[in-house]
Design a binder for this molecule. Structure first.
Ligand code: SF4
Length: 308
C-alpha cells in the first residue's frame, strides 16, 4: 500500500474502533499529521485521562503508553511497536531503585514521567520537564527529596529551585549525545542564532543556551521571541511543530556526537504502516497488572492535580 492509502485506512479504522491517536512531539511529521492530539508528556497524560475513545493508540514510546493505560485502565491502549523503549527509563532499574530509596526513608520520591510502571509505583509524585519546578516548589521548604531518573533535569531543577536533592544518575542518550563542539561550529556560521535547549541536555549545553525549557516551553518561546534563527538542542521531531507555527523562522537541529542531528531511535520505531497494522489487529496492547496500576496511578494523579 502507498503512504496515502495507509492514511485513508487508518482514518477508517479509527472510526470503526472509536480510537484516538495520541502522538508525541518527537514523532515524525506524517504521524503528527494523522494524530488526533500531539503534545508533550504532560499534555498527553492529561488527554489520556480525559477522552471519549474506547481505544487509545499511542504514537510514542512504551512508558507513555503505559501512563495512558494507568490513567484509563478500562480502555484498550495500543503501542504500534512494543520494543519502542526509552534509554532514560531503562537507566532506572526497579530493584536497584528500591534499594536506593530505602537508603533515604524520610525522603519524598519525585520521578520523571520517563520511567517504567514499576518505578512509578515506588514514587510519591510524578513530574514532567514542564512541571518539575512547580511540583518541587509545591513541597514545603526543608522537605527531603529524591529525584529520578534524569541527572541533568535533576541538577537543573535543583539549581532553579534552590532545593538540594538526592538525584539518581540516569540520562537520555539522545540529549547526552548532543555535541557542544558542533553547536559552537554552527554558531560561528550563524552568529545570530539563539541556542534553545531541553533540560535533559548536559550542563555544558545548558550553560551556553539562551533559553532552557521542556518541548512545550521551547515551542512557546519561539512563538513569542523576536529572533529568526534557532539551534534546537533536543529531539528534532519538535522542529516540525516549530515550522508550522513560525514558518518564516529557521530552525537548525543540534548535531549529536555521531550524527547530523540527535534523533530518538525509539520514537522513530513508530511508522504509519505499524500504526495501520496495530489498529487493524488491535495489538500490541499494553497490559498491566491491576495491583501495579493501583499503585502507579496515585503519584500520576498527584502530578495532574498539582499541574491544574
Ligand atoms: S528522547 Fe530520550 S527520554 Fe525521550 S523517549 Fe527517546 S530516549 Fe527516552
Amino acid at each position: 500500500m502507498k503512504q496515502e492509502d495507509y492514511v485513508t485506512e487508518i482514518k477508517k479504522l479509527k472510526k470503526e474502533r472509536n480510537a484516538i491517536i495520541l502522538a508525541h512531539y518527537y514523532q515524525t511529521s506524517d504521524i503528527q499529521e494523522i494524530a488526533d492530539f500531539v503534545g508533550d508528556s504532560l499534555a498527553l497524560s492529561q488527554k489520556a485521562a480525559d477522552n471519549e475513545a474506547d481505544v487509545i493508540l499511542f504514537a510514542g514510546v512504551k512508558f507513555m503508553a503505559e501512563t495512558a493505560k494507568i490513567l484509563s485502565p478500562q480502555k484498550k491502549v495500543l503501542l504500534p511497536d512494543i520494543e519502542a523503549g526509552c534509554s532514560l527509563a531503562d537507566s532506572c532499574d526497579p530493584k536497584e531503585f528500591k534499594k536506593f530509596i530505602e537508603k533515604y526513608p524520610d525522603h519524598t520520591v519525585i520521578t520523571y514521567i520517563n520511567t517504567s510502571v514499576e518505578i512509578k509505583a515506588l514514587s510519591n509524585i510524578i513530574c514532567t520537564s514542564l512541571n518539575a519546578k512547580k511540583i518541587i516548589e509545591s513541597l514545603p521548604k526543608g522537605e527531603k527529596i529524591i529525584f529520578a531518573p534524569d541527572i541533568n533535569l535533576g541538577n537543573y531543577v535543583s539549581l532553579r529551585t534552590g532545593r538540594e536533592m538526592v538525584i539518581w544518575d540516569g540520562a537520555c542518550h539522545v540529549h547526552e549525545d548532543i555535541s557542544l563542539e558542533e553547536i559552537l561550529n554552527i554558531k560561528e556560521k550563524e552568529p545570530s542564532a539563539k541556542i534553545i535547549a531541553h533540560p535533559e541536555c548536559n550542563a555544558s549545553i545548558r550553560m551556553i543556551a539562551d533559553f532552557i525549557g521542556s518541548t512545550t516551553a521551547l515551542l512557546k518561546y519561539i512563538e513569542t521571541d523576536k529572533n529568526m534563527i534557532y539551534i534546537v538542542a533536543t529531539e528534532p521531531g519538535v522542529i516540525y511543530q516549530m515550522k508550522k507555527t513560525r514558518p518564516k523562522k529557521k530552525f537548525i537541529a543540534a548535531p549529536s556526537l555521531h550524527f547530523s542531528h540527535s534523533e530518538c531511535n525509539f520514537m522513530k520505531m513508530i511508522t504509519i504502516k505499524k500504526i495501520y497494522d496495530c489498529l487493524k489487529k488491535e495489538k500490541p496492547e499494553i497490559i498491566i497488572d491491576e495491583n501495579l496500576v493501583n499503585k502507579a496511578v496515585k503519584p500520576i494523579i498527584r502530578m495532574l492535580e498539582l499541574s491544574n
